[in-house]
Design a protein around this ligand. Sequence first.
Ligand code: ADP
Ligand code: MG
Ligand code: MG
Length: 907
Amino acid sequence: MPNEKRDVFFFGNGKAQGNAKMRDLLGGKGAGLHEMTRIGIPVPPGFTISTAVCAYYDSHGHRYPKKLEKEVPQSLGQMEKILGRRFGDGGDPLLVSVRSGARESMPGMMDTVLNLGLNDRTVQGLIRRTGNPRFAFDSYRRFIHMYADVVLGIKATSTNGGDPLAEIFERKKNARRARSDTDLEAADLQELVGEYKDAVKKATGKDFPEDPFDQLWGAVGAVFGSWNNDRAVAYRELYQIPHDWGTAVNVQAMVFGNLGDDCATGVAFTRDPATGEKRFYGEFLVNAQGEDVVAGSRTPRPIADLFEAMPEAANELHRVCKLLEKHYREMQDIEFTIEGGKLWMLQTRAAKRTGFAAVRVAVDMVEEHIIGKKEALLRIEPDQLNQLLRPVFDEKGKERAHREGRLLAKGLPAGPGAATGRVVFDAEKAVEWKKRGERVILCRIETSPDDIRGMDAAQGILTARGGMTSHAALVARQMGKVCVAGCEALHVDYTERVLRVNGSELTEGDWISIDGSTGQVFQGEIQTLPSEVLRVLLTESLAPKESRIFQQFARLMSWADEVRRLGVRTNADQPDQAAIAKAFGSEGIGLCRTEHMFFQGDRIQAVREMILADDETGRRRALAKLLPMQKQDFKGILEIMGSLPVTIRTLDPPLHEFLPKHDEEIVELAKVMGVAVDVLRDKVNVLQEFNPMLGHRGCRLGISFPEITEMQAQAIFEAACELKREGKNPFPEVMIPLVGSRPELHEQKAIVERVASATQKAYGVKVRYAIGTMIELPRACMVADEIAEEAEFFSFGTNDLTQTCLGLSRDDAGKFLPSYVLNGILPEDPFVSIDRDGVGALMRIAIAKGRKVRKKLEIGICGEHGGDPKSVGYCHELGLDYVSCSPYRVAIARLAAAQAALRNKPT
Ligand code: ADP
Ligand code: MG
Ligand code: MG
């Protein structure tokens, strides 16, 4: 870190040393505080210690850069000057919050300490200044509690149970028969301070730190340390946030929402984060501090009430929110506190939103002339489009549930969509049950950051407490999960493992259904229906004009198509899949796996006959049975795709995959086929391979048994010729798999061409077609120029190319690959996102060599990566012609391709 660079950035009184663009250094929260200060919004003064210090702290045995020891007190001095109060002053103390804040927000993952600077002396100053001992001791007990948790590590653990300080608090509430926190009186709170300190001494063997500077450095270190706590690490893995970014620390003067009934704290959104509707949206609590809203310990009130309770502050809040949305040209999520009727802003950031809201806000903002189409396209995570395709409850099923009295309760509609599953009460169970194939609904009193893996595993999340901005709601929105939050009629008993609600009881494993669009909770299972988008596009049971979601989705897609360069095709083996893909805008089939058709109905019979045949004659006899079936399939797909290209791959998997493995099955099959058990068993044994992935498969089969390729080519061209005769214009592309050398392709191509011309001649028509190859072996990449002499197109089979490039069997990688990713040995799972350094390098070679020989060589990708937005971006950079993905990912790929085009040529 160069010396002249600043570690600490001050903001306050309308001036700030940082701004919105400095997220990397100041973190998102810091950058927002600086920017708001700059544009004249009321923000309590403070300073930000940069993320660079976090990196230093991590790599220097938890020590700070030397100059920080000077810069921190200096900045505190500036705050003191503005506020006319001194840190640690027994007369009128300055209190601060110490807040974490990384580049990307990680809600609730890291720690914050409020009311820092309080001790037995300064608390008296606070009482004198405010004349409110209840408030002063309330702040003090909150401070000790947070500090004990965050800095001293005294918290709930899975081994010794609950948070000891929270237990002391509950005991006090019970002793005083207090229903809410606010029922405790000053004397109770003062007692709590003493009891907390005793508990701290007991747990740590040391007194609670009295010196405010000790407190401050302790808190700063803890916030930096919290970057590496388990839940923050888990969160970063889930969202692929780099571990080396680090967090910033914000030290900020406290404002108090807990000073009385003209005080409040809350959060607000400039639009509805669940639906995207343009309406001011928020929640607040009177006489509370910030943590209370998110923690779900009290269920907050809707912002509309604030306009009644404190109209002036509410109007000011509304004005500031509008200003912020205009300034950032983006939907904002803000935190505020009202002290004595005056509004203070404590945070602003681009709001996390559901997929529905993302699409609606982006399209609305274009219509409102706030952003352009390109910006709109860039604002949506391609994967979020999945949510628009997610099922909803069938209205009839819901009516029946109503009639049968299965509506249990209603909570807040925090994450749209429908989810049915079995009740589980903890995150661990959710993960476990999901693993064994169960659908589960995670039911909690409230969720905490420790639950994210379980939330990820569940179909939906149901909580008894907390609002639309509670942890559960926040995370569900981000994950795109169905969520009903704050369903207060629900009584969840973790020890008895039951959920009681309005007279009904559900135990673990019982079925429950939640509607995240209405907040309804039903007992039992309810049928689901396709989403609106699917009903318009696929079943055509909904008119486009009746669905706003569909219209906005369609507009967005049309904008994507205007800018993208990459084509988008689909992987489909059957006519119905092809139809789905076409409805989603697929521009062809990039991979039709012929062997998938072999498993349908009794076809497998003929396939097995072919495999068991002793000689060519026998094989041909069996193949003749398969021919009409394959032809019918090809005809169906070619017909649906019209004149779009349909890439059909010749037989790829090793033949043993079509035979049974276990002896009982072999005996049974032998009976059905009328062959001797021994003969069949021998054949199975002969076909057994040590390493089938690298064995007798792909074009190697067609080379050993040319009649297989011949039959497949015949099926393809007969289908095409028939369509041609019917006046259609089919376009098959025959793709030979697992080619590693030119002669392999040469031989197979010769067969296909011979069949093609014979068939066309027989039918008296000409069809457009092409013959090419899959590139899925490193050798194929290295000799791509030779292969391109034969091939009219390449299609990267990145599943196999990844296996062969990394020498990594996908089916066996589960044992170690996760830990490789966890430990940073591999940056991410290469089967999810293309390994650019290895596989990508091979692809570059193949592209360059191929196009050198054949300038117009068409190149695509048909591995699973074709539907991964990041890999789609990479394919754009590589100059591919198209990506091919599964039918339901076509829209995602179209958007990802548009984003890649926009990012790669800045306007
Ligand atoms: P998180 O990232 O978990 O939201 P924050 O740092 O934003 O953590 O703080 C947690 C809560 O404390 C928020 O509600 C915030 O508004 C409140 N808070 C933070 N700093 C202050 C402050 N200086 N005065 C009053 N409330 C604060
Ligand atoms: Mg916050
Ligand atoms: Mg392959």
